[in-house]
Design a protein around this ligand. Structure first.
Ligand code: DX5
Ligand code: ZN
Length: 214
């Protein structure tokens, strides 16, 4: 599986140091969580921070927009260095158009589902997306408990992707550790996001390596 550590749990006073650590780790992607205080009950960081991170990051910048009406900022995130841009199904009135715009802007397009949203809502769009990000916690905060229903959702989504000949990767976000990570791999996940498990560990580089070796 691809490992995408979430810098929501990094040390913001030493963000450059943490990005260097990720550069020298086995992580392929860096997960960047943007929150607007409207779509989710928290505010994190945004475009100016991404501009700085992208100056030094040597990994794919995997940007997760937890914001209302994300169309307003697609080009701005692309210019700031995003390579994967994921929007929420629940935040987009015209998701098909939003996905087209992300592609036109030159990025991989992801769509994320909240825990209460069934994977069946993706049936008409699964061939058009590069990534489906299933939330395995309610978005807004790091360090929450993994929702067990997610394993079934991964398996269902995998079936839909295979039967439709889609190339979409399945990414899981929230409560990932070695235990949930192993079960996610078994269920068919391609990418795991891990925030607190990586950054609160004694040795984040070896924690990433352990996730990678699942
Ligand atoms: C939650 C964010 C996650 C978060 C995961 O809204 O989307 O990416 O950083 O944190 P952990 O891995 O601690 O659950
Ligand atoms: Zn995220």
């Amino acid at each position: 599986m691809i490992v995408s550590p979430s810098i929501l749990s990094a040390d913001f006073l030493n963000l450059g140091k943490d990005v260097e650590m990720l550069n020298n780790s086995q992580a392929e992607w860096i997960h960047f969580d943007v929150m607007d205080g409207m779509f989710v009950p928290n505010i994190s960081f945004g475009i100016p921070v991404l501009q700085h991170v992208s100056k030094i990051a040597k990994k794919v910048l995997d940007v997760h927009l937890m914001i209302e009406d994300p169309d307003r900022y697609i080009d701005a995130f692309q210019s700031a260095g995003a390579e994967v841009l994921t929007v929420h199904y629940e935040a987009c009135k015209h998701l098909h158009r939003t996905i087209q715009r992300i592609h036109q802007s030159g990025m991989k397009a992801g769509v994320s589902l909240n825990p209460h949203t069934p994977v069946s809502v993706l049936e008409e769009i699964i061939e058009d997306v590069d990534i489906v990000l299933l939330m395995s916690v309610n978005p807004g905060f790091g360090g929450q408990k993994f929702i067990e229903r997610t394993y079934d959702k991964v398996a269902q989504l995998k079936k839909m992707i295979e039967s439709r000949g889609s190339k979409a990767l399945i990414e899981i976000d929230g409560g990932v550790n070695l235990d949930t990570g192993a079960k996610l791999k078994e269920s068919g996940a391609d990418v795991v996001v891990a925030g607190s498990f990586v950054f609160n560990s004694e040795d984040p580089t070896s924690t990433i390596a352990a996730l990678k070796s699942l």
